[in-house]
Write a protein that binds this ligand. Sequence first.
Ligand SMILES: *[C@@H]1O[C@H](CO)[C@@H](O)[C@H](O)[C@H]1NC(C)=O
Length: 333
Amino acid sequence: MAGLENEPMVLCLLLLITISFGLSFICTVAELQRFEHPTKSHGTLSFLVIGDWGRKGEFNQSEVALQMGRIGKRLDIDFTVSTGDNFYDNGLEGENDPAFEESFTKIYTAKSLQKRWYSVLGNHDYRGDAEAQLSPLLRKVDSRWICLRSFLVNAEIAELFFVDTTPFVEEYFTEKEHTYDWRGVTPQKTYTAEVLKEIESALRQSTAKWKIVVGHHAIRSVGHHGDTQELIQRLLPILKAYNVDFYMNGHDHCLEHISDNESPIQFLTSGAGSKAWRGDVKELNREDVKFFYDGQGFMSVQLTQTESVIVFYDVFGTVLHRLTTFKQLHSAI
Ligand SMILES: *[C@@H]1O[C@H](CO)[C@@H](O)[C@H](O)[C@H]1NC(C)=O
């Protein structure tokens, strides 16, 4: 009897559930996982950017780490961004690979660096067990570690869009020299198309003052690897359409600042976390190349609603280059 009395309510509930399921199917560009990282109460956000680093302290990795700790303290950073190639030479062998602690936990020991590390995968990470780096188990070992393929960090005045760029690069699918862990990213065409859709959808919805996209591979670089054609063709048009301010990457083991001739976007390479000094820079005299440094170092980003300051440092923490950008407080989004 009691069951019958409640029948209208049960029906109503069922209807509601059906409608909401239906709706969620209609809007199915899968949503990227989003992390909330509120801007500090006084309205500033600051973080460090480092790439291509995990070599158990060698090739000046430890020296760079020391200076990151010093600058991180001075800027009171909110988090660190890793542009990938987190563990050399071939990523992690598995979730229990001691390289995770030897190249990360035991290297970036400064107090100021004990904040979240938002990380993407690089091509070297794909040469090992790529999924191991994504495993929540690593967060139990070191709670700073946040590594996903593509995801978002909403930091109020800024939004950061992390893109898994390795599967975009055709060459890795045909070369015979290395093997890659493509679990979860095949078929390549479907996967990369989906990533672009998700990023585009997230950019379209973003109301953040500063839009920052992070990937491992450079869109523009005059270093060893140079431009990444696949990203110029497929990712760059989206970044321009949604007024992205900065594209940050690693891959080339250097520090670079290149501007775009047709849009305000600035290309920033921070891939100098350990082995560097490759010595094969090209086209240094190009007008859009604002800065290039072939040695080790890192980058800092400081943001307010109206101003961004990006600074490059060498292995001694010496300032090499600074880029300041202003925005109107009430500009149209
Ligand atoms: C470490 O940094 C110093 C200063 O830039 C440089 O002279 C030295 O060659 C670097 N070591 C390596 C292994 O790159």
